[in-house]
Design a protein around this ligand. Structure first.
Ligand SMILES: Cc1cc2nc3c(=O)[nH]c(=O)nc-3n(C[C@H](O)[C@H](O)[C@H](O)COP(=O)(O)OP(=O)(O)OC[C@H]3O[C@@H](n4cnc5c(N)ncnc54)[C@H](O)[C@@H]3O)c2cc1C
Length: 400
């Protein structure tokens, strides 16, 4: 089907960061988009998230700079520390330095704030339809259109459109519809997540930086969100026997305390101030890079196409990049199928590299003994350069 006239609607399965950004990018390119989110409300769960300049570039292009600046924190640097001594292993400047180098800031933001900014922008655009409590169950396509089966309280409805984007996360139904069932892999890592009100903590305990503490078999990340009101903590431990992948599974305070026994007093203080009822536990899964993301006028975006460990802090940024490239390809192409294959070709190599680097980091962050000492020396020399190419990527020009 020719799409030069923007005929038909693009259906998007999933209203997470990827799906909502895709709707905004598509609307900006002149398409109508309908987002189907299975949850009763958008953006109810989650904690902090880091959005690096490569993601911020796209969000600013969508006119969201002011709304983001109003709710985000701008870390001055990334600081890597030793788990026991607290010694700073390496520092990479962010803050104004990131803005000057890459043209866009590095944000720390609460996930629900970012989703709210995206939803409000989508709500203002009459080319975008937002549907909650609507689960995409299956799809069929012929030469002329796509038929998407969406279930809500009232039953199942078939929606016809020009294309379908599966932005429905790591357990993607659209992916199963394309390639059949294939479970993601448990990576042997469990992430503890919580938010600590900054006012509860001793003054000066948390610096306005992204802090990453490396230790044997585990690491600890903390940074401010909501303009410094909350400290977001992600504590990752290699663990066997607990494999629940959920934003809402609770964890026991005593278990977290035991996981980080012997760590620096600063980490002990932080853990001691965590409210027991506020701890969530998330088993970390990923998939190997896929050889293909689509067929015909159906494609994948974000975690549905390239789920990765959070050890590069790039999963959401990559979904945001996908959204920009997908919309550019669709706008430039004559047929959705060809445009989607071009989008996939443009994106697969970069996202595969991020998936592999995130996997490598899961080993690197958790080294001990001499290997850790050698890693620390190399990190000091490399400080900041590893992520330079990641941050420089321009998704707005990738399809030009
Ligand atoms: C502990 C942790 C920390 C992280 N930190 C960072 C970070 O700092 N920076 C970063 O860039 N990334 C980070 N990530 C990764 C990031 O969270 C994900 O990559 C990102 O959320 C992917 O967005 P998405 O829209 O592709 O998928 P998701 O966020 O998974 O959204 C998918 C949406 O689809 C909906 N859905 C699912 N199935 C269906 C269906 N059949 N029909 C309709 N709707 C459906 C879901 O309810 C959900 O709302 C982190 C991840 C974790 C686990």
């Amino acid at each position: 089907m020719a799409i030069g006239a923007r005929a038909g609607r693009v259906h998007i399965a999933g209203g997470g960061i990827g799906g909502l950004t895709a709707a905004l990018c598509l609307a900006r390119a002149g398409f109508e988009a309908a987002v189907f989110e299975r949850m009763p409300e958008f953006g109810q769960v989650g904690a902090g998230i880091q959005i690096s300049p490569n993601g911020a570039r796209v969000l600013h292009h969508l006119g969201l700079a002011e709304a983001l600046e109003a709710c985000a924190s701008l870390p001055a640097a990334t600081e890597i520390r030793n788990w026991r001594s607290g010694r700073v292993v390496s520092t990479s400047p962010l803050g104004e330095a990131a803005r000057a180098t890459y043209g866009f800031p590095y944000y720390h933001v609460h996930r629900s704030d970012l989703l709210r900014v995206l939803i409000e922008a989508a709500g203002r655009d009459d080319r975008i339809e937002l549907h909650t409590a609507c689960t995409v169950r299956s799809f069929e396509q012929d030469d002329a259109s796509i038929h998407v089966a969406v279930a809500d309280e009232a039953g199942e409805t078939i929606h016809a459109g020009m294309a379908l984007v599966g932005a429905d996360g790591i357990q993607s139904t659209v992916r199963v519809g394309l390639f059949g069932p294939e479970n993601p892999t448990f990576t042997g890592n469990v992430a503890w997540r919580t938010l600590v009100p900054a006012e509860r903590l001793p003054e000066g305990l948390i610096a306005p930086v992204a802090s990453l503490w490396w230790g044997p078999g585990r690491h600890f990340v903390h940074y401010f969100v909501q303009g410094g009101a909350l400290v977001n903590c992600v504590c990752v431990v290699e663990k066997a026997g607990w494999e629940v992948e959920s934003w809402t599974a609770r964890g026991e305070h005593a278990e977290l305390k035991a996981d980080f026994a012997g760590w620096h007093p600063h980490i002990q203080t932080l853990i001691d101030h965590m409210a027991p009822g506020s701890l969530y536990k998330w088993a970390l899964y990923d998939r190997a890079p896929a050889a293909s993301w689509g067929k015909g006028a159906v494609t994948l975006l974000g975690d549905a196409g390239h789920p990765m460990l959070p050890f590069m802090a790039q999963g959401a940024a990559a979904a945001i990049e996908d959204a920009a490239v997908l919309a550019s390809c669709l706008a430039a192409g004559k047929q959705a199928a060809q445009s989607f294959r071009r989008y996939e070709d443009l994106r697969r190599r970069r996202t595969a590299k991020l998936q592999r680097q995130a996997r490598r980091n899961s080993k690197l962050f958790h080294l001990s003994g001499t290997a850790a000492w050698l890693r620390d020396r190399a990190a000091k020399r490399a400080s900041g350069r590893v992520l330079d190419a990641v941050f420089r990527y321009d998704a707005l020009r990738a399809a030009c």
